[in-house]
Unconditional design. Structure first.
Length: 387
């Protein structure tokens, strides 16, 4: 997955050894499986754009909110109130471990989760840990050995967790979470699809292709999180529009991440930028590999930053609709990530040799700003926003 492979500390809970298989085989199968997931229109209609396909996932996810919780329709041996005390203790331990991981790897976000109800916070930690472990498959110590087969096994484990048959403690926390909250499996499967995509794809022809990738690796996080964070009971917004905003935040974060890491990705032979847009600005892969900031590059970057900011703006509207206790961590992550774009600008668009970051003081100021935005009632914020 696109991110900062070498810099990141490795996640200590790891994944079961059997998913880290050495054989580099079946790459073509993975590609075929991925393509069948994303391009299934065989009836002569024009293929859907990535945005339309992803919107279909949103509609399905939003519809789940109105359905009764899965736990109520499960066989009695899987019902939550029939879980024996020893299992409950193990589950509590599992959630505690998820919380520790979250605190270690995403401190600000962890602090924000402490404002949520205990049920929600535990669930969001469980999801965070599943995402982190999934990311670690391609970013962790065994990343060079990851194969399509290993990803298939990871997906089977996911399916089992959703069926109430977790493989390990951390999966058990996820299994209970998805029983309690209206979470659909598709975004989880799609995050694994993002890993598959990274195994065989290092160029993106246009924004439609890049959009799908960003959805897979980051938009999915937004869709997984909203059912846990909850929508404000007083919100007048449609469920789909809130999910859409969550998706937008994931896309905005990932686009920012991509723009920050152009140089680093190029050093690994990867260019996560729309090839047709590079061409429109008179740029090619060679310019990226040369890594020289020219006027053409500045103009191209301005355009890309503008697009990322549009996604951040779209996301902002949705934060106002979230349950009030969930807004703070979302505002904090939104404001902090968006400032990376300012930092790219401050570096005069040199993302080849400089890494844009948000300094300690700016971070310290952002956290209370996020808090104020989270507690100010939505109508006041909206009025303030429109002057
Ligand atoms: C509030 C909040 C941030 C909640 C998300 C909780 C959660 C489940 C996070 C999982 C994150 C994770 C481990 C994802 C794996 C894939 C990945 C690495 C994605 C990249 C993130 C950056 O992480 P990284 O550590 O690599 O980067 P840094 O070096 O620290 O810069 C991504 C770029 C994307 C992550 C995507 C989100 C955080 C989406 C958040 C969207 C919501 C929570 C929805 C909010 C709802 C509305 C209505 C706006």
């Amino acid at each position: 997955m696109k991110s900062f492979h070498r810099r990141r500390k490795f996640f200590k809970v790891g994944v079961a050894p059997e998913v880290s298989e050495k054989k580099i085989a079946g790459k073509n199968n993975a590609k075929a499986q991925l393509m069948s997931n994303v391009a299934t229109d065989h009836d002569g209609r024009p293929p859907l754009s990535s945005e339309q396909r992803v919107y279909n996932v949103i509609l399905k996810q939003a519809a789940l909110v109105d359905k009764p919780p899965k736990s109520r329709s499960l066989p009695s041996d899987l019902a939550l109130d029939s879980i024996p005390v020893t299992t409950k203790n193990l589950l509590n331990e599992a959630y505690d471990r998820c919380g520790e991981v979250c605190a270690e790897y995403a401190k600000t976000f962890y602090l924000g989760t402490l404002l949520m109800t205990p049920e929600r916070r535990k669930a969001i930690w469980a999801i965070y840990v599943w995402c982190r472990r999934t990311d670690e498959l391609v970013d962790g110590p065994n990343a060079s050995q990851i194969t399509p087969t290993a990803l298939n096994r990871w997906e089977q484990r996911l399916e089992r967790a959703f069926e109430g048959q977790p493989y390990d403690m951390l999966d058990a926390a996820l299994a209970e979470t998805v029983l309690k909250f209206p979470v659909d499996i598709q975004p989880f499967r799609d995050m694994i699809n993002g890993m598959r995509m990274d195994l065989f794809k290092s160029r993106y022809f246009n924004f439609d292709e890049l959009y799908l990738y960003c959805y897979y690796v980051a938009g999915t996080v937004g869709l997984m999180s909203v059912p846990i964070m909850g929508i404000d009971p007083g919100s007048k917004a449609s469920t789909e529009s809130v999910y859409n905003a969550a998706l937008a935040l994931g896309i905005a974060n990932q686009l920012t991440n991509i723009l920050r890491d152009v140089g680093e990705d190029a050093s690994r032979g990867r260019i996560y930028l729309p090839q047709d847009e590079l061409e429109q600005f008179g740029l090619s892969d060679d310019d990226i590999f040369a890594g020289v900031v020219t006027d053409k590059w500045r103009a191209f970057m301005k355009d890309q930053i503008k697009r990322a900011r549009i996604f951040f703006k779209q996301a902002e509207m949705g934060v106002l609709e979230l349950d009030k206790d969930s807004r703070w961590p979302v505002w904090a992550s939104l404001l902090l990530y968006e400032q990376i774009l300012d930092s790219i600008e401050a570096n005069d668009y040199d993302n080849f040799t400089k890494r844009a970051y948000v300094g300690k003081w700016k971070k310290l100021i952002t956290v209370p700003v996020a808090y104020v935005r989270a507690v100010v009632p939505p109508s006041v914020t909206r009025l303030a926003a429109t002057g």
